[in-house]
Structure formats: structure tokens, C-alpha cells
Ligand binder design. Structure first.
Ligand code: ZN
Length: 556
């Protein structure tokens, strides 16, 4: 792996070179490395580091069975391998970079960001001598143009589980199970050991198949087995999964892992909504042709406490809900599993959302900020990923392949707004408790939380789109004192219009129109920026960093 990366002469390789010597590729700023530029970067990091609040990830380990206590540490060890693989994908020169950097805060910030680019600020480089983050990461050769790949005869052009390399002047693809063979073998054997120890037959089957998937890149059998699990008390999401990190094409998957302990009480509460998916699909506020597909109902909706995050899901912003698998064929046949990560969610609500609402939500509407509403909004975001359509209505193939790098943010935007749409619908039907004002106001506070993610991230882009759309439609107004007041009636109509707008963009597979929407509304206007700046001045964190694994690995 290392050899390939270095030989490929990637942009990332160049970034570290510029740090060590005056490489020919240095940008003009690098000449100021020892002067003011470096000081200002240290100041920058000192200001940015506190945006992450440290939280210890815990769960009630006393509730684990004897075999679960043996299995859990093995899962964490396998997860740690995904962490190493993710580093190799996004910044293989980690160790030499850390050796070069003396400032402890900068080192911490590198670890949080999995590299020298500030993920929550447009990937701004924060280490002297580091150039812009390459869109293609190490998934593609440096300086490879999109056209070059499109024109090549590489069979696996947009494959999830391979890297593109240049060999003898020709582009080739190399599968993950070949390029990362050593690490994947290790992780695979840890999962096999865990399978031997587990009591739950379905979990055992999944662990064995997932162990095979890691060393073959054939994930479908394990994805199917994963969806079949119902009674497992533990879970592990592991492998090459999301494609957000490949900003060139949104094709190739990054390694990650979540090690999870099921919350059985909450899981029961969530189970009933899955059966309602087809009906919810039929009622979507859009023409019939855009809701023809029937969502699967064999899905699982569960709540978990996370005990370990690794790789992609641990980089920068922390995910609080997961909807997998991504395989559209499996989604269509069997649906998905939606995992609500409750302990992480509660931490974000307490440490981030409540303080933001205190600062930015109209004083009289503070009463509507509630954890149950936050939990529901996030939960239904995940459910909403299963709604809508996976294929364009005009023969352009899947929505994902038609929209390419524009797909991720739009899909997140869809899930946000359809999630809220479902909450409103279920409340009206009496299937959900509470006051719509709680859900709308907490959603607004959630929007303000998420726009802070900035433009480099799919969820941030999606939320900016929604914020600006809502603003145009009068769903909220800004008070003179810089607080936001929700207009409940107009929120409802804005929500319906935005749902329809996004569903059509997806169904039409019209990439240019999506790019246009992004250009038009994917922006933070100065007024909003000023309000967001107040949050930073007050020291309200943007995201979390987890102290994790300590309890489990020390468990007797
Ligand atoms: Zn999502």
C-alpha cells in the first residue's frame, strides 16, 4: 500500500514533501513558513480546536452478557484497523507529519481531522506548507482529470471498492482487498474470532460473512445477513462504506466502523414506524411519477449506544444516525437498517443544540426545544433516506450515477426535509406524540447547528439549501436582536415545496439543475454568518470528540 501510494506521486505525497523541503510544487505561501504565516496558523488552530467538545462515550456495560463482554473488545480491535486504513486513504503520511509538527494543539487537530485540512471549514489547510486538499484524495492519481478517467478503458471506473492508479502511463484499478490485503486479513480474522464467541446465530452469520467481505470486496451477502439480524445485542458496522470522501466522483468508499450496543427499550419504540413506509411514500407531496418505487418494509429501526467510532465516521463531524446498506439493489429488495446513535445524539443535544437555541432562537419559542423532538427529527431523517426514488424517471439510470458528486448533499437534503414531512404527517395521524411547534422549532435550531458544518460537507450544504429555501418562503423571520422566530404555518408549506423540489431534481437526474440550486442557495449570507459568529464567540462547540474504548477495553 505504502509503496503504491508513494510511487503514484499523489498530491498528498507532495503536500508532505513541501513541508519537509522546498519542493518544486510549493505554493508561494510556503516561503513564509517560518514567519508570520506559521504564527497565524498556530493562532488559527488554537481558535479552532475548542469547536470540538470532548465527551466520554459510555453505555451501561453491566447489561452485557458474558459472551458479549468477550466479543466487544474484538470488535473494537477490528474497528481500530479501519481507522488505520482510513488514514491510508485520506492522509497516508500521518506519522511523518505528526513528527514534524511540534505544536500539541496542531497535532490534536490533525488527529481530529484525519489530516492537515480543517474539515468543518472548507478543508482549509492548517499546517504550514500544506496545499489544498485534493478532491480525489488518494483514490486517484494526483492531477488525474475527470475526463481522463471517463475516457480510459478502466473497467471499474466508478467502483466502490478499488483505487485508480497510473501504471506505465495507463490508468488501472486495484481492488481494496489487494491493495490493503494485510490489514483486511487481520480485521477479518478478528471478526471470525468474534463470530466464534457470539451466542446470537444471526449475528454469528453476519460476522462470518462480513469477515469474508473484507477480504473479497463482496459486501452484498454480509449486507443481507446484517439486515436479517433481529435479536442481536451488539452490532458492528465495518468496512468500506460511504463515498463522501471521494469528492472527485463520489464513487469510492472510505473505511469506517461503529461498534454498537443495542438499546432494547428505545428500539421497540422505533419498530412501528418501518411498517408505515409504503403509506408514507404514497403520500409524498410530489407527482405520482416521482414516487413510483415501493420502499422495503423489512427494515430495522434501532437505537444504539456507540462505544467506538473509527475512520470516516470519526473524522471531523460525528454521525449520530446511520442508514445502511448503501447498495441500491438491497435497499429496494429489503430496505435498510436505521441505527440511531442515542448516547452520541444526547451529547450533541446537550452540549451543542441547547446552547445554540438559547442564543439564536426567539426567547418566546425556547420552550419548544426538546430532546424528544430532536431525536424524532434525526430518526425520521434516516427513515426518509428510504423514501423517494433510487432511479431517475427518464432512463438516466440511478439517481446516484446521474448526479455523481452532486448526489450526496441532495440526498441528505431530501432526508432532512422528508424526515420533517413525515413527523408532521404522523403527528396529524396521531401516530406520534407532541406539539408540531416542538418539531419545527427544534428543526430550525438543528438547521442553525448544521449550517456551521460549512460548505465542504454534504450535510452542511444540504442544510444551507434548506435554510435559504425556508428564508425565501418566510418559514422564519430574523428578529432585530439576531434571534430567529419560526412561522409555523409557512414552515409547513415551505417544507412541502422543498420536498417536491428535491424529489424532482432527483427523479430528473438533472445534474446541471442540482449544481445551479447549490450555487444559488448553498451559501451562508453575511447576516447569518454574523449570527453564527456569536456562537463561536460564546465558545459553543460545533461538534464532539470522543474519548472511547477505554471502558470496554478495561472491562473485566
Ligand atoms: Zn443522512
Amino acid at each position: 500500500m505504502k509503496k503504491n501510494i508513494l510511487n503514484a506521486g499523489l498530491g498528498l505525497g507532495c503536500a508532505i514533501t513541501t513541508l519537509l523541503c522546498a519542493c518544486t510544487n510549493t505554493n508561494p505561501d510556503d516561503k513564509k513558513v517560518n514567519g508570520k504565516a506559521k504564527d497565524s496558523l498556530l493562532t488559527y488552530v488554537a481558535q479552532r480546536l475548542p469547536i470540538y467538545e470532548r465527551v466520554r462515550l459510555t453505555t451501561n456495560l453491566n447489561e452485557l452478557t458474558v459472551s458479549e463482554r468477550k466479543v466487544l473488545p474484538l470488535l473494537i480491535q477490528a474497528a481500530k484497523i479501519m481507522d488505520e486504513l482510513y488514514w491510508k486513504q485520506v492522509y497516508p503520511q500521518r506519522d511523518s507529519l505528526l513528527n514534524q509538527v511540534r505544536d500539541e494543539k496542531t497535532r490534536d487537530f490533525i488527529m481530529i481531522n484525519y489530516g492537515p485540512w480543517d474539515r468543518l471549514n472548507g478543508d482549509k489547510p492548517f499546517v504550514a506548507g500544506i496545499g489544498p486538499k485534493p478532491d480525489g484524495g488518494t483514490f486517484y492519481p494526483a492531477n488525474m482529470t475527470k475526463e481522463a478517467l471517463e475516457k480510459s478503458d478502466v473497467k471499474d471506473k466508478h467502483g466502490l471498492y478499488s483505487v485508480i492508479r497510473m501504471e506505465k502511463g495507463k490508468l488501472i484499478s486495484v481492488p481494496y482487498h489487494v491493495i490493503f490485503a494485510e490489514e483486511l486479513q487481520k480485521a477479518s480474522s478478528l471478526l471470525k474470532q468474534a463470530a466464534l464467541l457470539t451466542d446470537d446465530p444471526a449475528f454469528k452469520k453476519y460476522l462470518n460473512l462480513r469477515a469474508d467481505a473484507l477480504v473479497t470486496d463482496n459486501y452484498a451477502p454480509s449486507d443481507n445477513a446484517w439486515l436479517d439480524m433481529k435479536t442481536n445485542g451488539l452490532d458492528v458496522i465495518i468496512g468500506a462504506i460511504e463515498n463522501y470522501e471521494d469528492k472527485l466522483f463520489n464513487s469510492r468508499a472510505a473505511f469506517e466502523s461503529y461498534v454498537l450496543v443495542k438499546d432494547k427499550v428505545w428500539s421497540k419504540r422505533l419498530a412501528k414506524y418501518v411498517a408505515m413506509l409504503p403509506e408514507l411514500q404514497r403520500n409524498l407531496p410530489v407527482e405520482a411519477s416521482y414516487k413510483k418505487e415501493v420502499p422495503g418494509t423489512d427494515s430495522e429501526l434501532n437505537a444504539y449506544d456507540v462505544v467506538y467510532y473509527a475512520g470516516d465516521c470519526n473524522a471531523g463531524s460525528k454521525t449520530i444516525a446511520v442508514n445502511l446498506p448503501n447498495d441500491e439493489l438491497i435497499q429496494k429488495e429489503k430496505g435498510t437498517r436505521r441505527s440511531q446513535l442515542k448516547n452520541a445524539m444526547k451529547a450533541k443535544f446537550d452540549k451543542i443544540l441547547v446552547p445554540i437555541a438559547k442564543e439564536l432562537i426567539d426567547a418566546e419559542q425556547q420552550q419548544y426545544i426538546k430532546f424528544d423532538a430532536f431525536f424524532a427529527n434525526v430518526m425520521f431523517h434516516e427513515v426518509a433516506h428510504g423514501l423517494g426514488i433510487k432511479n431517475t424517471i427518464n432512463g438516466k439510470g440511478t439517481v446516484r450515477s446521474a448526479l455523481k458528486e452532486q448526489n450526496s448533499w441532495l440526498e441528505e437534503g431530501k432526508a432532512d426535509i422528508l424526515g420533517l414531512y413525515m413527523v408532521a404527517g404522523l403527528l396529524k395521524k396521531g401516530e406520534l406524540n407532541g406539539d408540531i411547534k416542538d418539531y419545527y422549532t427544534t428543526f430550525m435550531a438543528g438547521l442553525l447547528r448544521s449550517v456551521r458544518f460549512g460548505a465542504s460537507e454534504a450535510h452542511g450544504k444540504a442544510n444551507m439549501q434548506c435554510f435559504n429555501f425556508f428564508k425565501e418562503k418566510g418559514a422564519f423571520t430574523r428578529n432585530a436582536n439576531g434571534t430567529y422566530r419560526v412561522n409555523f404555518e409557512k414552515t409547513e408549506s415551505a417544507m412541502n415545496e422543498l420536498s417536491s423540489f428535491i424529489l424532482k431534481l432527483q427523479g430528473n437526474g438533472d445534474k446541471a439543475a442540482v449544481e445551479n440550486a447549490q450555487k444559488q442557495r448553498g451559501i451562508i449570507e453575511p447576516e447569518l454568518q454574523k449570527d453564527l459568529d456569536r456562537l463561536s464567540k460564546k465558545g459553543i462547540p460545533v461538534d464532539l470528540v470522543f474519548e472511547q474504548g477505554v471502558d470496554v477495553l478495561g472491562m473485566k
